[in-house]
Design a protein around this ligand. Structure first.
Ligand SMILES: CC(C)(COP(=O)(O)OP(=O)(O)OC[C@H]1O[C@@H](n2cnc3c(N)ncnc32)[C@H](O)[C@@H]1OP(=O)(O)O)[C@@H](O)C(=O)NCCC(=O)NCCS
Length: 158
């Protein structure tokens, strides 16, 4: 599979929203993907990167979206990496790595994210990019849903 990273075009927000509905490992009756409205807002106002396949495989068309990442400034002057997701059939081929590399390149301020501490694939990916735990919040959503806050500091800071 060949792919390229690009900033999402406005007319791609529905494709990213569709990916969000299938990309998550722990989908169940209580999983609520982000709505189409917010994907349109992020397309226009946040950093929304997409990985597009350029050689059809594993899809039937080129330009299908293999993965996406959304990041935006937080009110504390940091960046918040809200979500990274890769299509289930495209995993393990470097798409997540390429999205992270592109998003973090030259980030001048700390980047924060939250992750399920049990999501070892995601935690491992983040650690490879230098993210370190800042705080663990038990019961972040519901009592049984804990969350790790991880932080990436710009390379010039100590
Ligand atoms: C996490 C995710 C984005 C990784 O994307 P990917 O394209 O498969 O990642 P890559 O192929 O670039 O792999 C990069 C690194 O991620 C980690 N990783 C990826 N898949 C893994 C797995 N199944 N088990 C453990 N580590 C894994 C490894 O550290 C890997 O590096 P390595 O190849 O040197 O071992 C993808 O699994 C995904 O979309 N998961 C569902 C959504 C999700 O959980 N997002 C994060 C929420 S906070």
């Amino acid at each position: 599979m060949k792919f390229e990273i690009a900033t999402a075009r406005t007319d791609e927000f529905l494709d990213v929203a569709a990916l969000d509905r299938i990309a998550w490992p722990n989908m169940n009756d209580t999983f609520i993907p982000d709505g189409e409205h917010i994907w349109r807002v992020w397309c226009d106002h946040a950093t929304l990167l997409v990985a597009k396949v350029t050689d059809r495989e594993p899809f039937s068309e080129t330009n299908e979206i293999a993965g996406a990442l959304v990041m935006f400034p937080s009110r504390n002057g940091e960046l918040f990496l809200h979500k990274i997701m890769v299509h289930p059939v495209c995993r393990g081929r470097g798409v997540g790595t390429a999205l992270m590399k592109n998003a973090l390149e030259g980030a001048p301020v700390p980047v924060l994210l939250t992750v399920d501490p049990e999501n070892s694939a995601a935690v491992s990916l983040y650690e490879q990019f230098g993210f370190r735990p800042r705080e663990r919040i038990d019961g972040y959503y519901r009592p049984h849903e804990d969350r790790l806050i991880m932080e990436h500091r710009p390379s010039s800071s100590t």
